[in-house]
Structures are given as structure tokens and as C-alpha cells.
Design a protein around this ligand. Structure first.
Ligand code: FAD
Length: 479
């Protein structure tokens, strides 16, 4: 098998995995009244791949087999640009809500291909071959993956072995003939309950004392001892009128608990090599931030489109301050897009010939997106007006006693009757002033690493020595 249908994918999630939601154990995530929405949302990825209109984007042929393009290791700028296009297309099909059932997993595979290659050369470590075999297994079976990197971390000022108890970071508690036993908990694992495979890796650089925490591995989502505690806080509602996007498209994140899970050796990709933990953690986020700036595009498109339509509906599209806001939204989108394309074009070939997007440019794009996101949301909220959060409900349009009032009083510019205007308010509120709106704000700031992480990488990655020498020369310094 090389390409699964959406139905086959959904059936593959009915495997007895231990999922807890709002205090209850969930028998089947695909048929659950709330979590089922997220399962169908993730299935979009498989539906798109099977759609003949998207075949050339979603599929590749390797060694005579048709595979999903997500599994293709990027070898040059063109591969990265195609990957970017694919990420944007799947996100657009999900109405700007990400699925992330392949992107983050393959970010790990690409990053670790480089690290494991280096470990093979320096330590004769077996991880490179294991990883290649695992990559082939995922591609051949068209599997969905989630990545659990972020540990719960406890006191942020200390490393893993300096914590109040030893399980604030995932660690190896036993090394056996048949594999390792891991214990601990990762936080914020996106789409884990919709994945076939859970991949774990270290979240930070580690000291020699932290050898048990230097661990990377993969397990099936239904493995014994693995529990998912799903967050209900990403919002969304059942009303398609009030929540036109999030009622149908939903993302869930979990606390992912490894309660003495046995990992066979062929699924262990790092075990005790502390010197490589930070290298892998950082290498992964470099790919992951490129994914991030790629999946932001449909959301920025919706920002522009919704702001334009709302301005028209309110009859303010020609006002100077509105044109200024629209131009800022467009500049915002185009800056992130241009930086993403530049990061792909200025990629570097590393390890066994993997094309890595330009690190500095990728981080600048991610930081620019995140630091300006709230300001851009403010512009849309400003154009929309207060009815965004004070408008009447769907039921008031159905009730004959209030319907006429709503239709008469909530029209805008000629041509934009109350119905259309309310639909626009609902779209904007759903994405930018609701629980999912708050989720997007947090996603911008923290997902793929907090703002500080990007700043540190920018400072590290840019060679400022030439700038310093130039300034010293201009100043006539005698250094
Ligand atoms: C919506 C969403 C989805 C996500 N999806 C995933 C996922 O699929 N997989 C995954 O592994 N992770 C995921 N993440 C996790 C994301 O990478 C983290 O949220 C991010 O790295 C920040 O970590 P944290 O949330 O623990 O916050 P913290 O690390 O606690 O950060 C809070 C603040 O503390 C600061 N800080 C932290 N440590 C220090 C220190 N030592 N010294 C000084 N300041 C410090 C930070 O800079 C920040 O300002 C997701 C996050 C979000 C919000």
C-alpha cells in the first residue's frame, strides 16, 4: 500500500488508543460527537491526496511507487517550494485550520536524517539506518504522525536532572534486551489523537548528567502505557452559522503521557548521546519553523479577504484609515510569503544531501509573523465593529418575532443585507475573536518555539562579524 483513502485513514484510528476528553475515556475518536470533527478535518489531507486535481502536488513517484509528497526528502529549493505549496494547499482546504498529521513528523525525519548521519560518522551509531527504515515504513503505509517534543518542564530555570521530581522531562527508566522503557509527559502534542505514530524527541540541549533524557523514539498511538489527555480549550462550536469554520474544522492538542512504555530498539533514534540532544532539538525546529511559515499563508489570505469584504459591507472601503489597514495586511502577508520563498531558495545541503531552508530567514519570517499577528488581528476587528461580539444569534433570525428586526436593522451598504453581513461577522469572530481566535494568537506566539527561541537563532545564525568590521573601519577604530 502506498496511498490510503480517507476512509482507510479514519478506520486506522479505531485501534483502542487511550484517549481522555473532558474527564471521560473516549472509545472511538472518529465517531465521538466533538473529537470526530477533528478526525474528519485531518482526513482532508488524505482526501486532497486522492483528488486528481491535486495529484501532481500531493503525489510523487519514487522507485516505481506512488507516495504522498510529504514523505519526500527535500534535495533542493524546488522540493522545498513544492512542500511549502502542499502545506498551504492542505491548510487552505481546512479553511486555514492546520491538520499537521504529516508536516511535523516529516520535519523530524528530515532533521534527524542529518543528525543521525553525523552520529554514524562520529559514533558509528545505528540510528541512520533505523531512521531510513522507519521513514520507508511510514511512507509505504501512508501513516499519520504527531511529534511530541515539548516536555512539561517544571521549573524552567533548571535542566531535567535538577527538577523536583525526575519525570518533568521524558526519560529512559529501563534498558532491556528488547528495547527501552520510557516515562514522562509531553505537552501540547497537536493532532496526536489523529496520528498513527507518535514521535518523541528532546526539547532542549542536555548536560552529561541528563543522559537518560537524551532520547528520541517512535511508538504506535495505541501502544500500551501511552495516554492522551485532550485539551478542550482550542474552542469551536456545533453551530455552523455562528462558527462557519471551527464547527467543521477542528484541531486538538494533548498532554501525552508515557507511562512506562516499551519501545523496541528498531524504533529508538537517540539513547543517551547527550551531545546530540540539542543538535536534534534545534535541527527539528528549523524544519518545523519553515512548515509554520508555510501554513500561515491561508490564514493571512483570510485576514485580507475578510477585512476587504467587511469594509465593503460597512461602506468604509474607501476611507483612508481602512485603505491603510488593508495595505498593512497585504504587506504583512507578502513579507512572510517572500521570506518563505527566499528561505527555500537560499537552502543549504546538509548531511546525506538534505536541503535545509535558510535558518536565519526562516526564523526572521516566523518571528515577524508572530510579533505582528495581534496587531493585524486588531486591524480586522477595528474594521468590523462591535457587532463582532454583540450581534444577535442564529435563533433570532429564525424567530418570526425578531427576524424582521434583525433583517431591517443589521443591513450595511446597499447589496450587503443583514444575512451576508452577519455571515461576515461570524467568519471574522470565529477566526479572530473567539476561542479559536485566541488559539491562533497563542499558536502564533508559542507554537514552533517561543519568540525568544527565534531571536536566539537569528543572533546565532547571522554572521555579524563583517558588519562589525565595517563599522569599526568607518569609525576608524584601532582594535
Ligand atoms: C497551539 C500550540 C501547538 C503546539 N504544538 C506542539 C506539538 O505538536 N508538539 C510539540 O512538541 N510542541 C508543541 N507546541 C509547544 C510549543 O513549541 C511550546 O509552547 C513552546 O516551545 C513554548 O514552551 P512552553 O509552552 O512550555 O512555554 P514556556 O517555555 O514555559 O515559555 C513561557 C515563557 O518563559 C520563557 N522561558 C522559558 N524557559 C526560560 C528560561 N530558561 N529562561 C528564561 N525564559 C524562559 C519563554 O521564552 C516564554 O517567554 C505547541 C504549542 C502551542 C501553543
Amino acid at each position: 500500500m502506498a496511498l490510503k483513502t480517507a476512509d482507510e485513514y479514519l478506520r486506522s484510528l479505531q485501534d483502542g488508543r487511550a484517549v481522555y476528553y473532558r474527564g471521560e475515556k473516549v472509545a472511538d475518536v472518529t465517531t465521538h460527537s466533538e473529537l470526530g470533527v477533528g478526525a474528519r478535518h485531518c482526513a482532508i489531507d488524505y482526501r486532497l491526496a486522492a483528488d486528481p486535481h491535486h495529484a501532481s502536488l500531493c503525489q510523487v513517484t519514487e522507485n516505481g511507487r506512488t507516495l504522498n509528497r510529504f514523505y519526500k526528502t527535500p534535495r533542493n529549493a524546488d522540493d522545498l517550494l513544492k512542500r511549502r505549496e502542499l502545506i498551504a494547499a492542505t491548510t487552505q482546504a481546512g479553511r486555514a485550520i492546520i491538520q499537521l498529521i504529516r508536516e511535523i513528523g516529516t520535519d523530524f525525519l528530515f532533521a534527524h536524517a542529518i543528525v543521525a548521519h553525523a552520529m554514524k560518522e562520529t559514533l558509528k551509531a545505528p540510528y541512520h539506518e533505523r531512521l531510513q527504515a522507519y521513514h520507508g515504513y511510514l511512507a509505504e503505509n501512508d501513516l499519520a504522525m504527531a511529534v511530541a517534543q515539548t516536555d512539561v518542564k517544571g521549573d524552567r530555570s533548571g535542566g531535567p536532572s535538577e527538577q523536583e521530581h525526575p519525570d518533568y522531562y521524558v526519560r529512559v527508566v529501563d534498558r532491556r534486551k528488547d528495547g527501552i522503557v520510557v516515562r514522562g509527559c509531553k505537552a501540547h502534542t497537536t493532532s496526536s489523537i489523529y496520528a498513527n505514530e507518535i514521535i518523541a524527541l528532546p526539547t532542549r540541549a542536555l548536560a552529561d548528567a541528563d543522559a537518560d533524557y537524551a532520547v528520541a523514539f517512535a511508538v504506535p498511538a495505541n501502544v500500551k502505557g501511552l495516554r492522551f489527555i485532550v485539551s478542550p480549550l482550542s474552542g469551536g462550536s456545533k453551530s455552523a452559522f455562528h462558527y462557519p469554520v471551527s464547527s467543521r474544522h477542528k484541531i486538538y492538542d494533548t498532554l501525552t503521557v508515557f507511562d512506562d512504555v516499551l519501545v523496541p530498539w528498531d524504533r529508538v533514534f537517540l539513547c543517551g548521546e547527550t551531545a546530540y540532544a540539542g543538535v536534534l532539538a534545534l535541527g527539528f525546529v528549523e524544519f518545523h519553523r519553515f512548515t509554520a511559515i508555510s501554513y500561515k499563508l491561508p490564514l493571512m489570505d483570510l485576514m485580507i479577504g475578510a477585512a476587504m469584504l467587511m469594509a465593503e459591507a460597512n461602506g468604509i472601503e474607501k476611507a483612508g484609515h481602512v485603505r491603510e489597514k488593508l495595505s498593512r495586511l497585504i504587506s504583512y502577508r507578502e513579507t512572510v510569503r517572500a521570506l518563505t520563498v527566499a528561505a527555500a531558495h537560499e537552502c543549504a545541503l546538509k548531511g546525506p544531501g538534505v536541503a535545509v531552508p535558510n535558518t536565519t530567514i526562516t526564523n526572521i519570517a516566523k518571528q515577524y509573523f508572530a510579533e505582528n499577528y495581534h496587531a493585524m488581528v486588531q486591524k480586522i476587528q477595528d474594521i468590523a465593529g462591535g457587532l463582532l461580539v454583540t450581534g444577535p444569534g442564529e435563533e433570532d433570525l429564525a424567530n418570526p418575532e425578531t427576524k424582521a428586526d434583525v433583517e431591517k436593522y443589521l443591513g450595511g451598504k446597499k447589496g450587503f443585507g443583514a444575512h451576508n453581513r452577519l455571515k461576515l461577522f461570524n467568519l471574522i469572530r470565529d477566526l479572530f475573536a473567539s476561542e479559536i481566535g485566541g488559539y491562533h494568537e497563542l499558536l502564533a506566539i508559542h507554537a514552533e518555539g517561543s519568540l525568544e527561541a527565534q531571536k536566539i537563532t537569528i543572533l546565532r545564525g547571522f554572521d555579524a562579524a563583517a558588519c562589525r568590521s565595517f563599522a569599526a573601519e568607518c569609525a576608524g577604530l584601532d582594535l
